[in-house]
Design a protein around this ligand. Structure first.
Ligand code: CTP
Ligand code: MG
Length: 577
């Protein structure tokens, strides 16, 4: 938990002044019953009106000071807590931005959302509560005990019995509550993951008429959360009535023993009323403390979960890069005996002993059955994942030597599962290059064969895209994604099945425009259709994580069995059509 101290430091003022102002309130609270006892013992008993007025005035001044202290304390407490939480949230968000794909695979998105929102809110609540109670509760406890003992040490003995009883009750409640809060947070994760998945995939759910199934799945998770929350709350609920019961019994005991002393004449009436107030204060402060402890057991569970994100080791950084200044200039790619697996404890290699060279400016096609590792292979080039064995070189330098910024800037990649963002088409394209002029953007759109359909929209480049690009067709979306990548003017352009939803005629126009506008750029094109890569300078044929063929179309057609298989199956289909 030491780790969170650095989030306190910038707001030290609030963290110190808030509790101090609360002390003002406490002093007032402890003084009030004393003034009261004076009024009863001296003023009322002796019919001394001026004395009553004087003491009444003192009480009003004290009350006003208490109010000021209370308001100030609450303000600084809230301010400190909110600022603290905002900074933690910022850092968690930044950390997630740094995550590699492998890191992201580890946490579910829903869980990350819960950690960023609910968990941090729990921490904020604890800090807020702590700032208000930290000095107030112990201050009140100590102050009231001192006053009670000074007033009547004999009667104060009652407390010796009650306080340990209350402490035992509180400790057992907290011990039961802690694991329940932990479970509750985990269930909340599941609900949030469910919400997240159902909302992003609402179209798929509807088209598969799986709405009912999703509703049931969600209802189950939601009920689960409800059960575990009630389970945790039950304990919280117990705390109040048990403490109140103990408090009432104590007051009764005090009145009983104190009353006898008053009758015997060994204790003034005013002292008895004040004493009852002090006993109440003592028990109240213990209850406040227990609330803080309960909230902290809840917040600790959350703080641990937030810490998991903050302390997650980003397994892919450029901290050890030796040539951070280096930029990708020529666009040569070389794989030397590269092997890779997604799950390190799993024996199955997704890529196995891959070696090849792609020269600057070449067009290279990659083809192979689904799941054979094409996407995995190209993800090694901009270091979306790191190879387990072997080396990936760009311009004859290991990719690990580049800064991630320069490497990824030099390698434009249109991902297989690509998305557009909320905003206009122009804003989306300018993602590739913030400072691109209108002409440059139009040129990129033209090269990606996107210009015609963009201009056919009434708003043209200012057309608003929905989240993920829902209001354009699949093929239009793919072309916008290509245009966006082109604006980066990369030295290496990787298209991962990026024209699968584009008709063959448009696709061949895209290829043509590439050969003129992107002459020097190395192009790696993954495709399902052989026609998409037939004219490439070189085709890599993959099967089960290995390269089983390499060469031009004609050569492969003669020599590579896997290639022949794909070719003839696709040709047969053409003939059937
Ligand atoms: N895989 C995985 N974890 C991931 C991504 C993929 O375990 N995060 C596995 C897949 O199950 C598959 C293998 O890795 O068996 C290769 O996946 P991929 O490279 O994505 O295959 P592609 O050849 O790109 O398949 P497709 O043509 O369907 O895109
Ligand atoms: Mg793929």
């Amino acid at each position: 938990m030491k780790q969170y101290l650095k989030y306190v430091r910038p707001y030290l003022f609030s963290f110190i002044v808030g509790p101090c102002l609360m002390i003002v309130e406490v002093i007032g609270e402890v003084l009030m019953p004393y003034f009261m006892s004076l009024i009863i013992n001296r003023g009322v008993a002796n019919h001394d009106v001026p004395y009553i007025t004087l003491m009444g005035g003192a009480m009003i001044v004290t009350a006003l000071l208490m109010m000021a202290g209370g308001i100030g304390g609450a303000y600084f407490g809230a301010k400190g807590a909110i600022s603290f939480a905002a900074d933690v949230r910022r850092d968690v968000f930044l950390k997630i931005q740094k995550f590699s794909f492998a890191n992201i695979d580890k946490f579910s998105t829903g869980s990350l959302v819960t950690r960023l929102t609910n968990d941090i809110t729990q921490m904020q609540n604890l800090v807020n509560m702590a700032l208000r109670m930290m000095l107030r509760a112990p201050g009140m406890l100590i102050g009231a005990v001192i006053m009670a003992v000074m007033m009547n040490a004999q009667l104060a003995m009652v407390l010796l019995v009650v306080i340990p009883l209350l402490v035992i009750a509180i400790i057992s409640i907290v011990r039961i509550a802690f694991p329940r809060f932990d479970t509750m947070q985990k269930k909340l994760d599941r609900v949030n993951s469910g919400i997240q998945e159902a909302l992003t995939n609402v179209r798929v759910i509807k088209s598969f008429v799986r709405g009912e199934h999703e509703e049931k799945k969600f209802a189950d998770a939601n009920d689960d959360l409800k059960e575990s929350s009630i389970n945790a709350m039950k304990i919280m609920i117990l705390l109040m009535p048990i403490s109140t019961l103990i408090m009432n019994m104590t007051v009764l005991a005090v009145v009983w023993f104190g009353g006898n002393q008053v009758i015997a004449g060994t204790m003034p009436v005013g002292d008895l009323t004040a004493f009852v107030s002090y006993v109440t204060q003592i028990l109240m402060s213990l209850m406040m403390l227990s609330m803080v402890i309960l909230q902290s057991s809840r917040a600790m569970a959350s703080a641990k979960r937030v810490q998991e994100v903050l302390n997650e080791e980003v397994d892919l950084t450029d901290d050890n890069a030796g040539q951070k200044q280096l930029e990708v200039k020529r666009g040569k790619i070389e794989f030397k005996n590269v092997s890779f697996r997604y799950y390190k404890d799993n024996h199955e290699k997704v890529l196995d002993g891959i070696s090849f060279v792609i020269n600057p400016g070449e067009i290279v096609g990659i083809i192979g059955s689904t799941g054979c590792g094409k996407t995995s292979l190209v993800q090694m080039i901009p270091r979306l994942y790191d190879a387990d064995e072997g080396e990936v070189l760009v311009d004859d330098v290991n990719v690990k030597e580049y800064s991630l910024y320069n490497l990824r800037n030099g390698v434009g990649m249109v991902l297989q599962k690509n998305v557009l963002f909320l905003g206009t088409i122009e804003e989306n394209l300018a993602w590739g290059d913030e400072h691109a002029s209108e002409e440059t953007i139009a040129a990129a759109a033209r090269a990606a064969q996107a210009e015609d359909f963009i201009n056919s929209f009434t708003d043209g480049y200012d057309t608003e895209l929905g989240q993920g690009g829902v209001n354009v067709s699949g093929g239009q979306k793919q072309r916008l994604c290509i245009a966006r990548a082109l604006l980066k003017k990369p030295r290496i352009l990787i298209l991962d099945d990026s024209t699968s939803a584009v008709d063959t005629a448009t696709e061949s126009r895209i290829r043509e425009s590439f050969s003129t506008t992107l002459k020097d750029t190395t192009k790696v094109i993954i495709a399902q259709r052989i026609t998409s890569v037939m004219e490439a300078d070189k085709i890599l044929v993959m099967d089960e994580g290995r390269i089983v063929g390499e060469g031009k179309h004609d050569e492969l057609l003669k020599s590579c069995e896997a290639y022949q298989e794909i070719y003839y199956s696709q040709m047969d289909k053409e003939v059937e059509k």
